[in-house]
Ligand binder design. Structure first.
Ligand SMILES: O=C(CO)[C@H](O)[C@H](O)COP(=O)(O)O
Length: 218
């Protein structure tokens, strides 16, 4: 079943509680929380206090995407701030296996993200240890960017690796997702669609989340 993870990065930060409550009432499976440090990516989003504030009102699991350098420094803090899923970047983790084990010891689902230029094959030795792989379909750092078409092939290759290894991880895709690309993303193997601008810039975000979920089933 396709799950939708609306990215709170595109919410109205002056009305965060209202937007979290809208997501609570929606068909979304997760609330996607983008943490950017201005180092790993060129943008700064928000940090632990905002994650805690979202968690206080959220009735859906928080899917926290750490776009930060040396994420090991903050894994426990984000778990305590309410993260159910913690995703770190392959490109930011020289000891990825240790980092993944640490996330699991904290009781969260462990995710690994790859940037658009990173081939999924580099993850072959970690696929049995992770709960989620996040394929970035834009260069991380900003919402509202154009979807990179090569993503379909990457997802299909990862899905093939999942089948060959009889692995159970979930494939998530993030960046420029909309109802036009959702059908091919899910038929390529994606299970979770992250969408920021497409949801929050629409006139009816609740309906848009339903539309994405239905598009993902086509
Ligand atoms: O991780 C992200 C940016 O680094 C965002 O989650 C992603 O870009 C979603 O935003 P949009 O749907 O507007 O592209």
């Amino acid at each position: 079943m396709t799950e939708i993870a609306p990215s709170i990065l595109a919410a109205d930060f002056a009305n965060l509680q209202r937007d979290v409550e809208m997501l609570n009432a929606s068909s979304a499976g997760y609330i996607h929380v983008d943490i950017m440090d201005g180092m790993f990516v060129p943008n700064i989003s928000f940090g632990l206090p905002v994650c805690e504030a979202i968690y206080k009102h959220a009735k859906k699991p928080l899917d926290v995407h750490l776009m930060i350098e040396q994420p090991d420094r903050y894994l426990a803090e984000f778990r305590h701030a309410g993260a159910s899923v913690i995703t770190v970047h392959y490109e930011a983790c020289p000891h990825l296996h240790r980092t993944v084990q640490h996330i699991k010891e904290l009781g969260a689902m462990a995710g690994v993200a790859v940037n658009p230029h990173t081939p999924v094959e580099v993850l072959s030795e970690i696929l049995g240890d992770v709960d989620l792989i996040l394929i970035m379909s834009v260069n991380p750092g900003f919402g509202g960017q154009t979807f990179i078409e090569n993503t379909y092939k990457k997802i299909a290759r990862l899905d093939q690796m999942r089948k060959e290894g009889n692995h159970k991880f979930v494939i998530e895709v993030d960046g420029g997702v909309n109802t036009s690309n959702a059908p091919l993303l899910t038929s390529s193997g994606a299970d979770v669609l992250v969408a920021g601008s497409f949801v929050f810039r629409s006139s009816n975000p609740l309906q848009t989340i339903d539309d994405l979920k239905n598009a993902g089933k086509l």
